[in-house]
Design a protein around this ligand. Sequence first.
Ligand code: GDP
Length: 197
Amino acid sequence: MIIKTAEYSISSPTVGQCPNDTKNEFAFIGRSNVGKSSLINMLCRHRGLAKTSATPGKTLMINHFIINKEWYLVDLPGYGFAKRSKTVQQKLEQMIAGYILQRQQLVCTFVLIDVRHDPQLIDREFIDWLGESNIPFAIIFTKADKLGIVKARAAASAWMEKMRDRWEELPPYFITSSDKAIGRDEVLDYIESINNE
Ligand code: GDP
């Protein structure tokens, strides 16, 4: 897919306030600092689109970006940010769950995982919850350049193999680097294939 236009649309505090539109939505979520803003900017070839911030977990809303005037890229808040208060954390979890469970336009949720890290409980729990809730999702491994592509591929496939204990069918996965623009075509082609279904 060629990205012709990518524009910020709106930030919503609840699913009820999201755009009144029927276009497909693709959501991006992961632990704070996983490289989500960098990935969104890399996919859209737009440096400042999702603000890459030195402060982890800055985005606390459901952020919609309209791509090619055809579909929405949705930037969800990072989960598992220890410095947040319990109340803020609970509110965010409700917001994320509300969006993911209720938004009918949501066709795929991309869960971002830092390729250097072993499976963490919070990611596993989140992925299990998506599966149990019958939410279509895919996994994006980030920061592949930090390991080098060969080791990144091995780490990603080891990560996926560990999911086999709990899952009969594994979700699609992608290996990416925002610094080196690795995986861009694969992720965009996947989105295009769903949009053309
Ligand atoms: P977010 O909190 O998930 O939105 O993460 P950011 O996109 O702000 O990235 C967190 C940190 O990881 C920043 O210092 C980025 O420069 C760095 N980073 C993100 N993606 C990559 C990548 O693909 N390669 C490398 N080497 N660093 C990355």
